[in-house]
Design a protein around this ligand. Sequence first.
Ligand SMILES: NCCCC[C@H](NC(=O)CCCN)C(=O)O
Length: 424
Amino acid sequence: MCERAGLLAELKHGAGCRIDEAAEKLHRLSQDIWSCPELAYDERKAHDRLVAFFSQEEEGWKVDSHFKLDTAFRATWGPGGGGEGDVVSVAFLCEYDALPGIGHACGHNLIAEVGAAAALGFKAAVEKSSKLPVRVTVLGTPAEEDGGGKIDLIREGAFDGLDVVFMAHPLQDDAPFLPHVAEHDVTVKYHGKASHASAYPWEGVNALDAAVLCYNNLSVLRQQIKPDWRIHGIIKHGGVKPNIIPAYTELEYYLRTPSRAELPVIKAKAEMCFRSAAMATGCEVEVEYARNAFDNILRNRTLEDLYEENGKALGMEFTTDEEVLTNASGSTDFGNVSFVVPGIHSYFYIGSKALSHTEEYTVAAGDQKAQFYTLRTAKALAMTALDVLLCPDLLQRVKDEFTEAKLKEDRLLKDGPTDNTKNA
Ligand SMILES: NCCCC[C@H](NC(=O)CCCN)C(=O)O
């Protein structure tokens, strides 16, 4: 039981009221982002809209536009960071990139809204109590769907000095945590030799054959990988004309494992598939891994429990479906954040059972119905942040759990998982 339970309850109530009061403009913010979907690292309008929101529509924030990345931003309130000792530095994260062709089919417009709303509520609550040593940060993090803006921002020091970070992602259910797997994108390019495919095919070196063999090699490999590992990809370039033996082909694959420690194993296995296809066809092969590999998420059960308690008080019904709770739901660059700062990446229902990355989900993410659930989630995040701020024991528990979980993962990384790539 928190010693300041009375004050805590009052502040939680205040946070909720502030979020309700700002409901209309928060909805406009997310609608503006939703109606103009922009791809990773190119979210210029979303960036400008969020910057305008914190510098013009809201008061008291110091805003850094283009913060370390062209389409990232930072809004801060409270004492300056670094060296204050007792100041608790709390951050709320926004995402706002869309998917090619299907717009906001992952609902990142709502992630921007939920992050902004939680920050507004939390700030308003702590503002009333001048004695609370707290700094509030909103970080606008681009390119979750492609590239991993949070990983760039970590490298640039944007997460330095933060004590705890909060974000929430829309889905089909409310859940304080869903497993996320580590992931690395790889592009495989085959270079062959063009020739007339009917007149003198023997003069050609067929890069499409290499791509097809690569695809098939990986499909065969899939039978011998662990059930929770994932390999999936596309052929991005498959040639230009049936009567020209393709001189160039390109594939893009995502390789995923539950822990970042296992990624090197799946990569070594996939590598043999890439190279053997080149050897069989006489093509040259180039294998290019993306700049950023995504880590799995480190859980923080203290934060999850608090979030669940607050969510339930607001009427959330958390899923108990084991399939949802145990299946890996994809990857996120928040995984990398969870290795540098303790945090929570919860999921929230938006009034629809449509599946993410479909056109139906795009519609749901822009629907008025999603607003109630988005703001309710923002309240639960703000309330959870208030819990850790007002109860120093809880913050310490959050930090201890983070250190322990990280040590465990580091040990796994150091010892290395079993690799049966070589049959010796
Ligand atoms: N490097 C590519 C990353 C793709 C990330 C993408 N993320 C999501 O879909 C969000 C989490 C889903 N619950 C993914 O394909 O996993």
